[in-house]
Design a protein around this ligand. Structure first.
Ligand SMILES: [Fe+2]
Length: 201
């Protein structure tokens, strides 16, 4: 089954140009396209002779996961920018959790900015560990290195150069990170957390 490229209802962002967003969305579309193309090739080669094509199939399996991770991470990223900037709700469940775990949302943002400033292409991610009832933050190299496996994502910040080089040049990551948080719709993060922290049925 093919995965569909998602469309995002994005406003003009502050500090991240329309052209940069346009190019970034095109990169996202490439992940979806490549994932689908590799899936089709895997099915085709496995259907012909999976022993004969073992090496190609193994390589396709490895690369396909990279494309999938890129696809899903970008979907998390762009969804957070839909609807325009929205501040975190005072007294909401997310605020309560961040107060308890980080002494407030501002501290979490400061910490995520530090995580996002790590050298190399990748993502700063805030996860929710439902089993332990606690958040975990980390840096994921490229799309895949260093994930907390099985944990769902509350917040994903893309810090590949392609996210900011057009607007700020190769050394502009810090300015871009600030711009991301200015445009963040915290309502999306709150909605993710509300679903994940609701009692299991
Ligand atoms: Fe990206």
């Amino acid at each position: 089954m093919n995965y569909a490229e998602k469309k995002f209802n994005l406003p003009s962002l502050e500090g991240i140009s329309d052209e940069s967003v346009k190019q970034h969305l095109a990169l996202y579309a490439g992940y979806v396209k490549n994932f689908n193309a590799m899936s089709a090739q895997i099915n085709e080669l496995a259907g012909i002779d999976h022993e004969k094509y073992a090496i190609a199939l193994g390589e396709l399996a490895r690369r396909r996961a990279f494309e999938f991770d890129g696809m899903r991470l970008h979907e998390h990223y762009f969804a957070q920018l839909e609807g325009g900037t929205k501040e975190i709700s005072k007294g909401g469940v997310l605020t309560q959790m961040l107060d308890k775990e980080y002494r407030g949302a501002d501290n979490l943002v400061s910490m995520m900015k530090l995580v996002a400033s790590v050298r190399g292409p990748g993502w700063a991610i805030l996860y929710w560990d439902r089993e332990a009832g606690q958040p975990l933050s980390g840096f994921v190299g490229e799309q895949h290195q260093g994930h907390f496996v099985t944990l769902p994502i509350l917040l994903a910040l893309d810090v590949w150069e392609h996210a900011y080089i057009l607007d700020y040049g190769a050394s502009g990551r810090g300015t871009y990170i600030d711009a991301f948080f200015k445009n963040l719709n915290w309502g999306v993060v709150e909605s993710r957390f509300a679903k994940l922290s609701a009692p299991e049925r």
